[in-house]
Design a protein around this ligand. Structure first.
Ligand code: NAD
Length: 252
């Protein structure tokens, strides 16, 4: 169809698959990414496959960038129907060693960025009669490996932000949902200068109840569904897409 879709972090990884999936369905796609090489490369791919696409250099943590990016999408395509808040980062270290600036950056990109993109997109969606926002959280919102505090906290924040936005924006016909991916293998979905063949063992696949590690397309397909009319009664929900890992009991 002819929807206008913004995908943050649409240059690489899961965002690359999401933007291509929407373009394939006939949507006009605005890729908002901080990495120009990745964003431009994916834009060229989409256009050379017959799609409509623009790339807007955007750091989702910078308010001017976000405002400009949404304005640009509306200027070129006339409206905005769907926002996918996909841009996200992690950080290293431990609570004993990690600088507070690393905590601040992760929260600024993952949580504050999601809120800010939602704010500027929702202002347009409200005027245009409605829209859909999909926030990419993580199963790390619900369970952890050691030393992931900023990332996990940001993703837990996205889950709460999602139901909060769903309630506030419902009257303006804007549905807001989140997707929590598990392990999604993105090494082949990086920009070509950094893409590598995935190195996955049999154990990596077998530990998943569905028998395999996830693919970016698994998340892209769910975004297509949540953005569609068929999902019209779904708002404030979180869809976990992890091959069953978070419902598997692990007592030894
Ligand atoms: P990725 O690193 O492969 O791609 C992320 C993209 O976002 C890159 O193109 C990067 O340039 C862009 N980006 C980073 N910071 C940005 C910023 N400040 N402004 C705009 N763009 C920015 O990551 P991915 O694995 O595809 O992850 C995408 C989303 O899915 C993230 O929110 C991540 O937390 C989430 N997620 C991924 C997995 C996984 O296993 N891959 C699992 C759960 C959740």
């Amino acid at each position: 169809d002819n929807k206008v879709v913004i995908v943050t972090g649409g240059g690489q990884g899961i965002g690359r698959a999401i933007s291509r999936a929407f373009a394939q369905e006939g949507a006009s796609v605005a890729i908002a990414d901080i990495d120009d090489e990745a964003g431009l490369e994916n834009k060229e791919y989409i256009i050379s496959n017959g799609g409509r696409c623009i790339f807007v250099h955007t750091d989702v943590a910078i308010e001017e960038d976000v405002k400009n990016m949404v304005d640009e999408a509306v200027k070129v395509f006339g409206r905005v129907d769907v926002l996918i808040n996909n841009a996200g980062i992690g950080t290293g270290g431990t609570i004993y060693t990690r600088d507070m600036k690393d905590w601040d950056r992760v929260i600024a990109v993952n949580l504050r960025g999601t809120y800010m993109c939602s704010k500027y997109a929702a202002l347009k969606m409200r005027d245009l009669g409605g829209g859909v926002i999909i926030n990419i959280a993580s199963t790390r919102a619900f369970m952890s490996e050691p030393h992931t505090e900023p990332y996990s906290a940001s993703k837990g924040g996205i889950i709460a932000l999602t139901h909060s936005l769903a309630i506030s924006l419902g009257p303006d016909h804007i549905r807001v949902n989140s997707i929590s991916p598990g392990w999604i293998e993105v090494s082949e979905w990086k920009k070509s200068s950094q893409a590598t063949k995935p190195v996955l063992t049999e154990a990596d696949h077998k530990q998943h109840p569905v028998g395999r590690v996830g693919k970016p397309e698994d998340i892209a397909n769910a975004c297509l569904f949540l953005a569609s009319e068929e999902a019209g009664f779904i708002t404030g929900a979180n869809l976990t897409i992890d091959g069953g890992m978070t419902v598997k009991m692990i007592y030894v």
